[in-house]
Design a protein around this ligand. Structure first.
Ligand code: FMN
Length: 171
């Protein structure tokens, strides 16, 4: 098997892509060859010795194409080191006190593929970039009532620190 690692992602408004790229940059610095590919574009897992997969959270779950990726490739993913991450706004709320709750968002992932490591990351909310008018209204109201905070809340130090630990988890 090659030394190549796949970092794959599912995103709607781009913030998860940035997280995937930051993880890939750390792994590249550590000497791995890394491909960063959106999940629907991944054809084969066989070229990779390990896989890192992450999705934005919508309605408390990985995006549908991310769960479809797991269903399609679960056998190959279970045969190599696999790490999962998520990007969501609940991590921003209450200074991170909902971390245990956020961890439950990965339960459907765990039930399909064994995870060696899990990254829970705060995301970004750019309401103007949302394609759906009803979502834009819903999130404007949520911001108005103080439930969500608009803006980019990604914690690059936390993301890089998690990525730097992956080689200690068999990657
Ligand atoms: C329609 C929609 C639903 C969302 N649902 C949740 C949710 O249930 N829980 C949560 O913590 N964040 C939720 N978020 C916030 C996103 O997970 C967050 O903005 C993330 O950074 C988006 O990633 P992306 O830019 O890669 O699409 C939602 C965002 C949108 C637009």
């Amino acid at each position: 098997m090659s030394d190549r690692i796949l970092v794959t992602y599912a995103s709607r408004t781009g913030s998860t892509i940035g997280v995937a790229q930051a993880i890939a940059a750390v792994l590249t610095e550590k000497g791995f060859q890394v491909d960063v590919i959106p999940m629907p574009a991944v054809k084969e897992i066989s070229p990779y010795k390990a896989v890192v997969a992450g999705s934005a959270i919508h309605s408390g779950a990985w995006l549908p194409e991310a769960m479809a990726f797991l269903q399609t490739h679960k056998s190959a993913l279970n045969q190599r080191p696999f790490a999962a991450f998520l990007v969501c706004m609940t991590m921003v709320m209450g200074g991170g006190k909902y971390r245990n709750h956020v961890s439950t968002f990965l339960q459907p992932v765990r039930s399909l593929v064994k995870t060696r490591s899990e990254g829970l990351f705060a995301g970004a909310l750019n309401i103007a970039a949302l394609p759906s008018l009803s979502d834009r209204i819903k999130f404007r109201l949520s911001v108005l009532f103080g439930i969500w905070k608009e803006g980019d809340h990604r914690d690059w130090n936390a993301i890089r620190a998690w990525a730097a630990e992956l080689p200690n988890n068999g990657f």
